[in-house]
Design a protein around this ligand. Sequence first.
Ligand SMILES: Cc1cc2nc3c(=O)[nH]c(=O)nc-3n(C[C@H](O)[C@H](O)[C@H](O)COP(=O)(O)OP(=O)(O)OC[C@H]3O[C@@H](n4cnc5c(N)ncnc54)[C@H](O)[C@@H]3O)c2cc1C
Length: 496
Amino acid sequence: MPQAARPSPRVVDPLRSGDRVLVIGGGPAGLTAAYLLVQAGARVTVLEGTQMLGGISQTAQYKGYRFDIGGHRFFTKVEPVERLWHEILGDEFISVPRMSRIHYRGKYFDYPLKAWNALSGLGLWQSAMVVASYARAKIWPNPVEENFEQWVSNRFGKRLFNIFFKTYTEKVWGIPCTEIRAEWAAQRIQNLSLAKAILNAASIQRRSTAIKSLINEFQYPRLGPGQMWEMCAERIAKLGGEVLLEHKVSRIETRGSRAVAVRCNTPQGEKRFEAEHVISTMPVRSLVRALEPAPQQSVRDAAEGLKYRDFLVVALILKQENLFPDNWIYIHTPGVKVGRIQNFNNWSKAMVPEAGRTCLGLEYFCFEGDGLWTSSDAELVALATKELGLLGLADPKLVVDGTVVRMPKAYPIYDSVYRQHLDTVRAHIDGISNLHPVGRNGMHKYNNQDHSMLTAMMSVWNMQGASHDVWEVNTDYEYHEEQRLEAKASAAQPVA
Ligand SMILES: Cc1cc2nc3c(=O)[nH]c(=O)nc-3n(C[C@H](O)[C@H](O)[C@H](O)COP(=O)(O)OP(=O)(O)OC[C@H]3O[C@@H](n4cnc5c(N)ncnc54)[C@H](O)[C@@H]3O)c2cc1C
């Protein structure tokens, strides 16, 4: 099949000595860009809309307890990202053994799925049906692989899809699996099939690193991911950069093909900042809404067509330790709303200040404004406590306290039209030569921290003379491509 022609990387304004750069958003991508830019001698201001650094990768705090917005593992194959993490955090990085299982109708199954474990847990009859359905998928695969259901069923069989993928995935996205693009599955469950899982379980397949999800240990900041981003902001400030909290960008003024200034809402009223370059990690939809003058109707319509899934975490404090050994448990059991449960004691002991206590994070996927989102904190704490009991994970009487953190736009949605919309918006933004959308929501890409950071790094390198196609970065990014970055990065000269 001939390859479709890729758009050539855009031409961007070069970074000159003393240029002022505005970075919208103090999450991993924004702070990474700001850090590289201050190191290169630019005058940098980070405008963060909330009171917290780290974005989705922040660490929330409640009465001395620290917890993530969903547990954040640090794992990457991108060498410059790995180096930066260690440069910032030094010996505050700890190594955490991974254990995660699926809770399904009172039974536990290893996650990532291991064939023997899954089959033995399901019992003889179910297992026979699973194997038959797998064989059918291999002999007569669905010739069309457009949606999540088709992609997974072709690799695991329809029956296993129904047991282990459908319920949880639909809980996460709030839409049927037939409406989720296959691309998302390909990014998240790359190279994993029942056959590979069997080989892996039998240790026949040596290169288990080829199976992305099977990582037995991960790095983690001692005080949670927020520690990384708090320390990064400190370094930026030491190098002369500014990191301003509660500066929510409402307008990006453009003149011709350039962004010239940014306006934001602050507790002291509206403020205006002029700049030679703007790096944006704000959601693509909000970015287009902020552009002044407004782009043509087709671009605005495309941006409004981009959708998000929101998320909230209920942190519960229990007066007992060692409740279960997992870092987190996926809840596939029907009848409860909770999607995943984190046990922060098993991420880092330093996150839990009192002995004899456990801090759990019960994760709920929702849409801003729906019943879960608008429930009061007290109602959500009560719901989480009840569901913990229903699942048999802990006696509700052990819960002594709880709190809630809501995270809007936690997930950019890959529905059947997002790609088309994104291409339209991208074509418009590419025409603004000093505006760089980077990061997860900044590019509407389901990226982890490392790839969010990589898009920021590449944009800075492009400003310094490199020519990376930032939109090409995703979780499928090939290892050798990542290695090549090193050479390209060192070819790009920092400004004097
Ligand atoms: C449940 C969950 C679990 C995850 N687990 C992992 C994991 O294990 N490992 C991993 O590496 N990644 C994980 N991720 C992904 C990770 O959180 C993101 O990749 C990363 O935080 C993206 O960084 P970012 O800077 O692009 O965006 P964000 O983290 O979204 O940061 C953007 C920042 O911009 C600010 N902002 C937005 N609009 C404005 C505005 N108008 N003005 C000013 N500021 C604005 C926001 O307040 C925010 O601080 C997880 C994500 C979720 C939802």
